[in-house]
Ligand binder design. Structure first.
Ligand SMILES: Cc1cc2nc3c(=O)[nH]c(=O)nc-3n(C[C@H](O)[C@H](O)[C@H](O)COP(=O)(O)O)c2cc1C
Length: 401
């Protein structure tokens, strides 16, 4: 799958912290996401791990010594700085942070950083007292003032056995941070986009509710794809199953009316809304604060009333509105009528009877319907890629408004 890290050139700096075993996982994840990872290990880090471990994972030479005559680095000692899309130092010791903050360049890593023009992400890892020391704090403040992104450290159990502020950010979060940082100048930068996700739950009594099969995966994929292209994303989520993504504001809701209230407030700031949530069309007329009992009855019915159609009721000058239509019959016809009745700029229709796609699945197959009636069939692909197909069609709309 082509993702935001595909073919990106990432320099991974590894320094002499016990946390450097986590850098192996980070290298592996970056490579799995399609990045070309060049590792630079400080001398101290080689006391903990061997270059072979990184070479095995990245399939690329590892820089270990600035003066190694056999290394590419010796021939062009700033070559990696020039070719890198981003530099990530994880883990970063107090020592390397101090050196970078003071503009030193006495090894391959600090030389690369000093020569670099690309974004730099640093994930400190150290004993809590080392981190809290004013010397380290001053150094970190200097790096932040120069535009270097400092991730963490996190609070928790440290290698010493003590609890403190010194754990390296997890490799998984670092992958997200790298992706977000690389995407910050993307084609959606400067745009504020609200994306809704998940299936709402309409309570009947304290234990029962009406919901639907939406997992939220499509909305979350849209939110991360928009984030990765530089948008400022607000995710309004009715899903409890998915991990809260980093790099965006997430507002959790349960019912359709909560979702409507949150979106009505947030929309004031937005340039676009993508309504991927499956919002219940109906809600129980009355909520019972005590659980309904069987009481020997064979049949039971509850009265339902219509909920507010959120996307149809949201309006603001120049707002781009993209809706979703989950249909079991007459997919295109129903989609076309919704685009008119809800004054949408695009509608994404998916066939909920397709067993391999749609609800709960990691893939989707959709039709994108335009206001002039044009229909584009997007074949089955991962939801993140479907998200990018939708965003590709949204971008030209900003110029038309
Ligand atoms: C077992 C062990 C673990 C260490 N862990 C850390 C650490 O987590 N963070 C840190 O800043 N220094 C740590 N150090 C100290 C560094 O290795 C030392 O400051 C070294 O000079 C760092 O060099 P570098 O920044 O060039 O990699 C550790 C040292 C040892 C012996």
């Amino acid at each position: 799958m082509k993702g935001p890290l595909t073919n990106k050139r990432i320099v991974l700096g590894v320094t002499g912290s016990i946390a450097c075993y986590k850098a192996l996982e980070l290298a592996s994840k970056l490579v799995q996401n399609g990045a070309l990872v060049d590792t630079i290990m400080t001398k101290s880090s080689q006391e903990f791990l061997t270059p072979l471990a990184f070479k095995s994972l990245t399939h690329r030479d590892v820089v270990t010594n600035m003066y190694d005559i056999n290394s590419q680095f010796a021939i062009n000692h700033v070559g990696l700085a020039e070719s890198a899309d981003i530099i990530v130092i994880a883990p970063a010791t107090a020592n390397t942070i101090a050196k970078i903050s003071n503009g030193m360049s006495d090894d391959s890593l600090t030389t690369t950083v000093l020569a670099a023009k690309c974004p730099i992400v640093i994930a400190p890892a150290m004993d809590g007292n080392m981190f809290d020391n004013p010397a380290t704090q001053n150094n970190i403040a200097t790096l932040i003032s120069r535009g270097i992104f400092i991730s963490g450290p996190e609070y928790g159990r440290l290698a010493s056995g003590l609890i403190g502020n010194g754990r390296m950010t997890s490799p998984k979060n670092l992958v997200n941070i790298v992706t977000t940082t690389l995407g910050s100048n993307g084609d959606l930068s400067g745009k504020k986009i609200l994306i809704s996700a998940g299936g709402t739950a309409e309570p009947i009594d304290p234990v029962r509710f009406i919901t639907n099969k939406s997992s939220g995966k499509m909305g979350y994929s849209l939110a991360t794809a928009a984030r990765d292209r530089g948008a400022t994303v607000t995710l309004v989520s009715a899903s409890n199953m998915l991990e809260t993504p980093i790099g965006m504001q997430t507002k959790k809701v349960k019912t359709s009316s909560e979702m409507y209230d949150v979106i009505s407030k947030e929309i004031i700031e937005m340039d676009a809304i993508i309504m991927a949530a499956a919002v219940s069309d109906w809600t129980p007329e009355k909520y019972s604060s005590s659980k309904y009992k069987k009481n020997g009855t064979e049949n039971w019915s509850i009265d339902l009333i219509k909920t507010t159609d959120i996307i149809a009721n949201i309006s603001k000058p120049n707002l781009i509105k993209i809706g979703f239509a989950a249909e079991s019959d007459n997919l295109i016809e129903n989609g076309k009528s919704k685009i008119q009745s809800k004054s949408l700029d695009l509608i994404v229709a998916n066939d909920i009877l397709d067993k391999n796609n749609g609800f709960e699945s990691d893939t989707n197959k959709v039709s994108i319907i335009h206001p002039n009636g044009d229909v584009e069939a997007i074949p089955t692909m991962p939801k993140y890629e479907i998200a990018n197909e939708i965003l590709d069609r949204m971008i030209p709309l900003f110029n038309k408004k």
